[in-house]
Design a protein. Sequence first.
Length: 527
Amino acid sequence: MKGYKLSLGVGALVLCWTGLLLAHEQTEKLGHVHFPITCSAPAQQHFDRAVALLHSFWYAEAVKAFTTVTETDPGCAMGYWGIAMSLWYPLWQPPSEAMLQQGGEAVAKAKAIGGKNAREQQYIAAIEVFYTDAQTRDHRTRAVAYEKVMEQLYMHRPEDQEAAVFYALALDATALPSDKTYANQLKAVGILEKVFAEQPDHPGVAHYLIHSYDYPALASRGLPAAQRYAQIAPSAPHALHMPSHIFTRLGLWQESIATNRDSANAAKEQGSVFEQLHALDYQAYAYLQGAQDVEAKRVLAERNALAKGDLENFASAYAFAAIPARYTLERRSWTEAVALEPHPSRLMYTEAITYFARAMGAAHTGDIASARSSVEKLQSLQTALVEAKQSYWAEQVEVQRRAAAAWLARAEGKDDEALTLMGSAADLEDSTEKHPVTPGPIMPARELLGELLLDLHQPARAFKEFETSQRSDPNRFNGLYGAARAAEQAGNRETARAYYARLVTLCAHADAERSELQQAKAFLAQK
């Protein structure tokens, strides 16, 4: 068997071992995956489909598909390997206790049945490492242990391209957000690009290349994978969304809007609330950069309609909090920001988004008491995250706390304190990378530093900060406007003209006439 092509046209003959696949499988496009196992021929067919689902992070469907493998061939240990793999979301969040238990049970069943050859035994042993002693070893320790075992499997079996792909994902999963050399990601890229040249329709390769390149310094290299992935696996909502990671990094807003619109629609049809909200967050972010505020408001309404959905999933919870915060803050509608209501969640960093927005709104409207209350809430959430050993999110909330405290200090006339706080917030944010769940910070800290400097009548210093911010967050509406205004106030009219022109071009699809856009057009109209 040379491979299982999960792409079937109307009327195409489906080659199968026991009959036609289910109707929905006949029209699926999930990419081309073949992972040879020793199980029965029908189980192999189901297994290839399940692995394709897994590579597109369609975890719930992957569990069902791997379960079908075990039902088709009860002696297929690799079906249980697949279930265990589908209960760990390497680039998202650590598994819950229930998922760890379920995954551990799947590993135990795989071991009890036993892999039929050394290769299958190695795969089962690798995932066993992740689930072993889950109650006593922390998540990262187990993830790194899995990565090391997968490295040995990859080195021992260079002909096994699935080993290469899964090892590359493990490298991305264990990359430290603070490592600005991108050592793991570049190692993953070196592996994946070789497989991509040989398997251009492999969903996992395109997917993991996007994640590997999802950094300002690397993003331009990710365009080929971004432009391919949605075509490879259009039946998977996540595959339709993923190109926007690269589009966002490069400030390609219309491309991001289009692919996330498709993703949100597909997720809605399939009843996936978290995928729908995830795509809506990226969509709203992109709309707001081009002053498409009417469209952004429509996205907000879609978000509101999902208020009773699954909001404990981390992607759902993040997007549910981020969309209204972005809608108010990007438009500089400070009074709307103050009025936002937090949605209580066990995922405390999502609550912090709302309190950050409230603090920024209150500080800009002179409501000192409300701003201070929200800053204090950010501090308590940050402390709780530290105690919960969620160090990454604790650091992200600390960036928000410092930024909000800076603008509170500015409102109180404590200008030196404000600059110190805002500078430290920008430096802290620069020292790490964004999480894959978000298109970017709710308000980039260095961009906010530029705005603070402008507010303090230091346009030359402000311009430098806006320029720096544009390198990591290109084509942001408020970043371009801030750079233009800083250049204008510093007396550099040609530079101001260039930035105002970029802003107007950026807003070619605008459906709202923001005051900043009016100012840009007025400046450009001057002789």
